[in-house]
Ligand binder design. Structure first.
Ligand SMILES: Nc1ncnc2c1ncn2[C@@H]1O[C@H](COP(=O)(O)OP(=O)(O)OP(=O)(O)O)[C@@H](O)[C@H]1O
Length: 599
């Protein structure tokens, strides 16, 4: 419930006066609804069905005294006219309330959606290392939707409470004793309905768990669809899908069963209550008929509200886990925000690195609870404006070291210095990170035009600059051959381009940024020898004007590196010039080189 009130507070701050206006509308609608019931008495009296004296009914008597003072005769047209006015006014207010409700709710959801998305996008890289990406989709689609339903239930409950309070007030005015009897009975039923609410909460927890599992599963399956198809694994996945879909179905049916059982109990008890109540009113309390009719009418309107409060309550409670999940994600994002978000962008302009990056006794574990080090006692220096190559077997820690050098992750022990200043210094980190251009092994391109993808790093770049960057990455020729050149839209995750073409476009993008440090993580692995040579020559031309860090498996591509760092099991085991290391007959680098030349 704490989480619910946290969000209701947010909704109240977001909607401001509109929420109170909504309550006022609910109050007016309920009041008019009550009055419309009152109108039944004069209507029946005018029609001649009942011979009732208005004097018996408190509110009506003064209302009709007032009408008489206006010289309005209490005849059928007057009564029907007043009735139309009241019900019409109520319908008009109801319409305004519905629109207002929807505005409050949608603007609240819009705010939350933005909060979550912005929170996620500005969270640190380490946060993403610990999380499943599918969980974010799940929160933004499913859990946010459930928070919307829960909040809508909450607004409906406020309306129902106001309605119920007013109707009870009117009934109390007519007959305090009978109203008290009905309220006590209602209270008893509500007390015994608590277990339904508890069960609904339990089912809500299950819903969250199941749908999170479902989302993670389908995301994995479609990401790995090529593997599934090529290895004929469709059957296993169909079975998994069918089983989780069945669980989802059962979860919803269980909830509906619970909900209808509580509704059934409410309905049954209400009819028993009304029967007993009429009996008591007539036989014991000798209530006047016109009062009895009104009270019965009010309660037959009131009971569905009681039921809807119970239903809303169960639905609200079943959606509470979504409130909890959303809140904890928002809190986590806030704690894990990039320094730029926490301290704002430093005022001093970006400075290009002058001396270099230094790692001093760096240790790093992905999981602090496990004794597995991805980096241990790493001491390296990357001189500015030079080219450094990092090599080693798969899993040696190359990408982890590069992430550390870029300030994406921070050492558990030791430190990383840029021009002698620690990267733990937030201002330093922000300004340093802005000067990096990075190309991954499996680079990501948006499902947009090549121009859009390139201009992401420099929205003001003109065509000449774009072509220059493409020329650098040996992509000019193939881009010119595409049907719409720079405006060609790249397919879903860039599938219409080959792996090598994608790598070259992303390399062009990195260059367009004019970085001070260019990081290539296996960035030319998908290129053919001819294009790889072209890029090597281009990198050679860049040497001296920017710091280049390259992770390479193909050692032939790093012949021109100023220094080579060899890693194994998270440690730097060799460090030196290419020629120097290749001449060390006992060294790992020589062994790696021998493997590759023997192929
Ligand atoms: N996100 C992660 N969570 C947990 N462990 C990780 C994560 N990323 C990497 N590791 C582990 O850290 C170690 C170093 O991984 P890293 O990716 O740095 O190696 P690498 O040398 O770049 O490998 P490759 O050449 O195969 O890309 C490996 O044992 C790996 O299992």
């Amino acid at each position: 419930m704490k989480d619910l009130f946290y969000f209701i507070g947010k909704m109240q701050r977001n909607s401001g006066i509109a929420l109170y206006l909504n309550m006022l509308l609910a109050f007016s609608i309920s009041f008019l609804d009550g009055i419309s019931i009152y109108m039944i008495v004069p209507l029946l009296s005018v029609i001649g069905v009942l011979d009732m004296s208005m004097g018996e009914i408190p509110l009506l008597s003064s209302a009709f005294d007032y009408l008489e003072s206006l010289n309005l005769a209490l005849n059928l047209p007057t009564v029907l006219g007043i009735y139309i006015l009241i019900v019409g006014g109520q319908a008009f207010l109801q319409r305004s309330q519905n629109v207002n409700n929807s505005k409050i709710l949608q603007s609240f959801i819009h705010m939350l959606r933005n909060d979550i998305y912005n929170g996620l996008i500005v969270a640190k890289w380490e946060f993403f290392l610990r999380k499943r990406k599918s969980d974010f989709n799940h929160v933004l689609v499913n859990e946010l939707g459930r928070v919307g339903v829960g909040s809508s239930m909450f607004l409906q409950m406020i309306t129902s409470f106001i309605f119920t309070a007013i109707q009870i007030g009117l009934a109390f005015w007519l007959s305090p004793l009978l109203t008290a009897v009905v309220l006590v009975s209602g209270g008893i039923i509500a007390f015994f309905s608590r277990r339904f609410v508890k069960k609904a909460k339990h089912l809500g927890d299950q819903t969250s768990e199941l749908s999170q599992h479902y989302f993670a599963g389908i995301t994995d399956h479609f990401n790995g669809i090529k593997d599934i198809k090529s290895n004929r694994m469709e059957h296993t996945h169909i079975q998994w899908f069918s089983s989780i879909s069945k669980d989802l179905e059962a979860n919803v049916v269980r909830f509906v069963r619970l909900n209808s059982l509580s509704q059934f109990i409410y309905r049954l008890s209400s009819v028993i209550l009304i029967a007993g109540f009429v009996y008591l009113a007539l036989e014991v309390f000798r209530t006047p008929a016109e009062q009895l009719i009104l009270v019965v009418l009010i309660f037959t309107k009131l009971w569905p509200r009681f039921i809807s409060i119970q239903t809303n309550m169960e639905q609200l409670v079943s959606n509470l886990p979504a409130f909890r999940i959303l809140r904890s994600l928002l809190d986590e994002c806030r704690e894990e925000a990039e320094p730029e978000v926490r301290i704002g962008r430093p005022e001093q302009p970006l400075t290009h690195m002058r001396q270099g990056i230094e790692c001093l006794n760096v240790q790093y574990r992905y999981d602090r609870n496990q004794p597995i080090y991805a980096l241990r006692n790493v001491n390296v220096t990357i001189p500015a404006n030079s080219m450094t190559a990092i090599v080693g077997k798969s899993g040696a820690g190359k990408s982890t070291l590069v992430d550390m050098l870029m300030g994406l992750i921070h050492p558990e022990k030791g430190q990383v210095l840029v021009d002698g200043v620690s990267l733990m210094d937030d201002k330093r980190l922000i300004s340093f990170r802005n000067t990096i251009g990075y190309v991954a092994q499996d680079p990501f391109l948006f499902n947009e035009s090549i121009r859009y993808n390139l201009k992401l790093v420099d929205p003001n770049a003109d065509d000449e600059a774009l072509w220059k960057a493409l020329r650098f990455s040996a992509s000019e020729e193939f881009v010119r051959r595409l049907p719409h050149g720079l405006d060609t839209v790249i397919g879903d995750r860039g599938v219409r381009l080959s792996g090598g073409e994608r790598q070259r476009i992303v390399l062009a993008r990195a260059i367009l940024k004019q970085p001070s440090i260019l990081v290539l993580d296996e960035a030319t692995s998908a290129l053919d020898s001819e294009n790889e040579l072209l890029i090597q020559q281009a990198l050679e031309r860049l040497k001296g004007s920017m710091t280049i860090i390259v992770i390479a498996h193909r050692l032939s591509t790093i012949r021109n590196a100023d220094q080579v760092i060899v890693m194994d099991h998270g440690e730097v085991i060799q460090q030196g010039g290419y020629q120097q290391l290749s001449q060390d007959a006992k060294g790992t680098f020589r062994t790696l080189l021998n493997y590759q030349t023997a192929k």
